[in-house]
Design a protein around this ligand. Structure first.
Ligand code: GLC
Ligand code: MG
Length: 567
């Protein structure tokens, strides 16, 4: 055989092996997802609050940093009692954010850039200012049972009427509130202004499918389903609601943790509802073409429960039940702790479904810089992008944004504001988030250093590390994750996490992360020669340096590196 033919054959074999993995991966399985909090991403009209036109103008940035799909926290008509998680009209855009035609323009731009758009879908409740609720209060035909209503019960000792059960709402205080007009209690798992819809009513489920259809028709690629565990509540055959047992986790009877939520979270019917919605999306795709439409699920539940929401071979459920395990780590967490968190997911979800996703932040959780320490932001970005599966980035984590301490004013105090401050784009006024005099939340004063424009020009900035990580996600070794032996992870010492990604033929990456504040000495990790392809700010190495892993290597405190071997 002439030499070139031989080489050609080898090249062909390598190439086909390298791409074999990619072929059977659907886009969401390996996606870089990005959460935008619309109030805080980009303001276009100077009122100090972010809006749709602002987001549209920044979609190019998402493309630049390698994002596959972005999910937007709610943009629908709302009195903003819970900043949009209290929807008064599921079919329209709140004027603060713009109009339906602004939304259509956003979709056009997103499609031309190839960035997918996922909307927040808040089915559990509406605003009490939604016309559905008003109709229900007035017992209008068709709407009588649209929400969860009950007479309550008579206290035999005091002779007074009281709530149907002892349930406590997620934000504290009773889950039942008396409505004077209708003369009944209504249920709200969250705020009083967020009455729960009654999903045992088929009309409600139909309305919700209609909402999905409305936005699918406008071109969205999927939904993040809000508050999934809270959709159904237990109701006995006799119509009563059973009290929840005391958990022992709290001494405050008004606090959510006071009870074990065995009757108000993760009820069996919720699993079926996930199947129903997934089937609806799949049917929509079959009919209309295009890529898979996806469901992300927000569920603070056990991994076993998330596995049920994901479904099985007969019943498909939500593709991305969000994995919050890594959010429970803190500044003291070692590499072994990280491995423990990863294991909890992998030992169930990977074993049973070959799927993974990794979330390290959202609008309800203090930022990584505050939870784990500013020097660990890059480490966490490396970990979530180096692990197989989808990564989920909360806006600003890619530039190392941190929380702002926000003083409470008046009687309203939102303790989650700290992680919702404006995106930091440039060192200019208001970080170029808004041209207005003031912004709805203060811009973090650290924006002069931590901002997109400045970080673009700093070789080892969080932003540049993040971008390189996204590029790696599409390399053949990273795309081979569903193949036997395509990846592994372990704590090689108490403080050093090693992740390996390989196509087992031509390319292998070793990602080493030192979670600790000591130098770590590693001997004889492997016998091949590797090149440093990514180094963090704490690394004394340079990209292009090489090392044979037969030799000792030293990792500095908080250093993370990506090493590449290729045939
Ligand atoms: C989810 C949202 C949170 C909201 C709650 C009620 O947990 O992430 O921000 O307050 O649902 O809708
Ligand atoms: Mg509910």
């Amino acid at each position: 055989m002439p030499k070139w033919t031989h080489l050609g054959l080898v090249a062909f074999l390598l190439l086909s092996a390298a791409t074999a993995g990619a072929a059977d991966i659907d886009w969401w399985e390996n996606a870089a997802l990005y959460q935008i909090y619309p109030r805080s991403f980009q303001d276009s009209d100077g009122d100090g609050i972010g809006d749709l036109k602002g987001i549209t103008s920044r979609l190019g940035y998402l493309k630049e940093i390698g994002i596959t799909a972005t999910w937007l926290s709610p943009i629908f008509t709302s009195p903003m009692s819970d900043f949009g998680y209290d929807i008064s009209n599921f079919y329209d855009i709140d004027p603060i954010f713009g109009t339906l035609s602004d939304f259509d323009a956003l979709i056009v731009e997103a499609k031309s850039l190839g960035v997918k758009i996922i909307l927040d879908f808040v089915p559990n409740h509406s605003s009490d200012e939604n016309e559905w609720f008003e109709k229900s209060v007035n017992r209008e035909e068709g709407y009588d049972d649209f929400y969860v209503w009950d007479d309550g019960k008579l206290n035999e000792v005091t002779g007074e009427r009281e709530a149907p059960s002892n349930w406590i709402s997620v934000f504290g205080g009773p889950m039942w509130t008396w409505n004077e007009k209708r003369q009944q209690y209504f249920l709200h798992q969250f705020q009083v202004k967020q009455p729960d819809l009654n999903f045992t009513n088929p009309m409600v489920r139909e309305h919700m499918l209609d909402v999905l259809k409305f936005w699918l028709d406008r071109g969205v690629d999927g939904f993040r389903i809000d508050a999934v565990p809270h959709i159904y509540e237990k109701r006995e055959a006799n119509g009563s609601y059973p009290d929840e047992p005391i958990s022992g986790w709290s001494n405050n009877p008004e606090a959510y943790d006071y009870h074990d939520h065995i009757y108000t979270k993760d009820q069996p019917a919720t699993v079926d509802l996930m199947y129903e919605w997934r089937a609806y999306l799949d049917a929509y795709q079959a009919e209309n073409g295009g890529d898979s439409r996806v469901l992300l699920a927000e569920a603070y539940s056990s991994v076993e429960t998330l596995s049920a929401y994901f479904g099985n071979s007969t019943n498909l459920g939500t593709q991305l039940p969000m994995n919050f395990q890594l959010m429970y780590l803190d500044g003291y967490s070692t590499a072994r702790d990280v491995v423990g968190s990863i294991d909890y997911w992998m030992n169930t979800m990977w074993r049973d479904h070959q799927t993974a996703n990794w979330v390290i932040g959202n609008h309800d959780t203090i930022r990584v810089a505050d939870r784990m320490g500013a020097h660990k932001v890059d480490l966490l970005n490396v970990i979530v992008n180096a692990l197989p599966g989808a990564s989920v980035t909360y806006y600003g984590e890619e530039i190392g944004m941190s929380n702002v301490e926000i003083a409470c004013t008046g009687d309203s105090c939102e303790d989650r504001d700290g992680e919702r401050t404006p995106m930091q784009w440039t060192p200019g006024q208001n970080a170029d988030f808004s041209s207005g005099e003031t912004t709805w939340l203060p811009v973090n004063p650290d924006y002069v250093r931590y901002n997109v424009q400045t970080e673009r020009g700093v070789a080892r900035s969080s932003l540049n590390i993040f971008k390189r990580l996204q590029a790696l996600k599409s390399s053949s070794a990273f795309l081979s994750f569903k193949e036997e032996g395509g990846f592994s992870y372990e704590a090689v010492t108490e403080q050093v996490l090693q992740i390996i990604r390989t196509n087992k033929i031509s390319e292998e990456y070793r990602i080493l992360v030192n979670m600790g504040n000591n130098m770590e000495i590693l001997d004889g990790l492997d016998s091949k020669t590797y090149e440093y392809v990514l180094v963090t700010a704490y690394s004394p190495r340079y990209p292009g340096n090489t090392v044979n892993l037969k030799e000792r290597i030293i990792l500095m405190p908080y250093e993370a590196v990506v090493l590449r071997w290729h045939a």
